[in-house]
Structure formats: structure tokens, C-alpha cells
Design a protein around this ligand. Structure first.
Ligand code: DX5
Ligand code: ZN
Length: 217
């Protein structure tokens, strides 16, 4: 089986030591750095924005996988591009003109991503998948790290994977929330390509080893 792309979520790192966390990821087998931007409106939590991303970008040797949990993300696409996003993911539930938003992200030279909340069906994405490099299936309700994985996610991955393959698309499937070594093998079997993990990596004794093990799943 193809090795998964591992995108550690720095939401769970020690923010006083964020530079060291990025350096650790540089030296690890992590493929991307998952950055969770929350606005306190779309989700009941506030994290960080462009200045922090800019700082991370200066030292990160891995692409920044930026997950926007903000309302009307179309207002800020250029700002996030300037801050260093390589993949820019917006929520289906937050963007009224999603097709246009995806086009703008592409025009700005970034990879396009759509995230869906646990209540949103993958079927709703079929008309825009040609314009989408990545679908982020949320396996928890967005807003916080360290929550329990929602089992229904497997079925969503399977359904979406079938559609992608039947239509010969290249869209990657990313799973975000409660990912660990127990659910990772099954997620990959069902067709996931990218695993995001926050708590499981950063609250372990040896984050680099956990990343290495996830890569080998
Ligand atoms: C949740 C965020 C996730 C979060 C995942 O809203 O989008 O990226 O950091 O953290 P864990 O792996 O701890 O569930
Ligand atoms: Zn995320």
C-alpha cells in the first residue's frame, strides 16, 4: 500500500516552543505541517493567524497545510498565500461560492482544499472535485484538539474514494481529528491519503517516533 502523507497538527504543540516544534518536524518524517486557523465564529475557539504562519514559514522545510476554520474565508485568500500557505483548505459550510473560492486559491498558486464537518455528506462535493486537490474529512467537530474519532468517517472515506477513482480524479483524502495508530490502518484501507494528527503526536514521549510509526502503518 502507498505510504500515507503525515501532516502533524501544531495545535497540540507547546506554543511557547513553536520554533522547536517546527525544527523537530523538519527533522522528522512528517510530510506537511498542519496549521489550524480558528476565528471564534465558525468554531468556538480562536488560535492564530497570518503573523504566526509567516514566522513558521521562515523556518519550516515542509509545506504548510493550512486549515481555515473561519467564516467567509474568501476575504483572506491572498493574505494566507502571502503568509506562506502551500495548501489552503476552506470549509464547505463557510463558503457560499465555493467554486469561485477554489478558483481564486488556484490562481494564487496554492493547492485547493475543502474541509467538511461531520454532518456534511461527501456527495455535496461532487460538482467541485475537479477543482479540488484535497478533501479534508473532519472526524471530530472542528474547534479543539484531543477529541474522540467519529466512526462514521470510514464510510465517508469509502464513498468519496470510489467517486474519485470512478472519475479518474487526483483529489487526495485527508482525515482530521482523533487520528491515532488504532484507526490509521483502517482509514488507509478505506482510501485515506493524508493523516492529520495533533494530540497523538505532540502529547507523546517521542513525537518523531510516532510520526515514523504512522508513516509505516
Ligand atoms: C480540530 C483541528 C485538528 C486538530 C486535530 O478542529 O482541525 O487539526 O488539531 O487534533 P487531534 O489529532 O488531537 O484530534
Ligand atoms: Zn485541522
Amino acid at each position: 500500500m502507498k505510504k500515507p502523507i503525515i501532516s502533524p497538527s501544531i495545535l497540540s504543540c507547546n506554543f511557547l516552543e513553536i520554533g522547536n516544534a517546527i525544527k523537530m518536524l523538519n527533522e522528522s518524517q512528517a510530510d506537511w505541517v498542519h496549521c489550524d486557523v480558528m476565528d471564534g465564529v465558525f468554531v468556538p475557539n480562536i488560535t492564530f493567524g497570518m503573523p504566526i504562519l509567516q514566522a513558521i514559514k521562515k523556518i519550516s522545510e515542509k509545506p504548510l497545510d493550512v486549515h481555515l476554520m473561519i467564516v467567509q474565508p474568501e476575504r483572506y485568500l491572498e493574505d494566507f498565500q502571502k503568509a506562506g500557505a502551500d495548501i489552503l483548505t476552506v470549509h464547505y459550510e463557510a463558503s457560499t461560492h465555493l467554486h469561485r473560492t477554489l478558483q481564486s486559491i488556484k490562481q494564487l498558486g496554492m493547492k485547493t482544499g475543502i474541509a467538511i464537518n461531520p454532518h456534511t455528506s461527501v456527495h455535496l462535493l461532487y460538482d467541485v472535485l475537479e477543482n479540488t486537490d484535497l478533501v479534508c474529512i473532519m472526524s471530530v467537530n472542528p474547534g479543539f484538539g484531543g477529541q474522540s474519532f467519529i466512526e462514521k468517517t470510514y464510510k465517508k472515506v469509502e464513498t468519496l474514494k470510489k467517486f474519485i477513482e470512478d472519475n479518474q480524479l487526483h483529489t487526495l483524502i485527508e482525515i482530521d481529528g482523533g487520528v491515532n495508530s488504532n484507526n490509521a490502518p483502517k482509514l488507509l484501507d478505506y482510501g485515506a491519503d493524508v493523516l492529520v494528527a495533533g494530540n497523538f503526536i505532540f502529547n507523546s514521549q517521542n513525537p518523531q517516533k510516532v510520526i515514523e510509526d504512522l508513516k509505516k502503518v
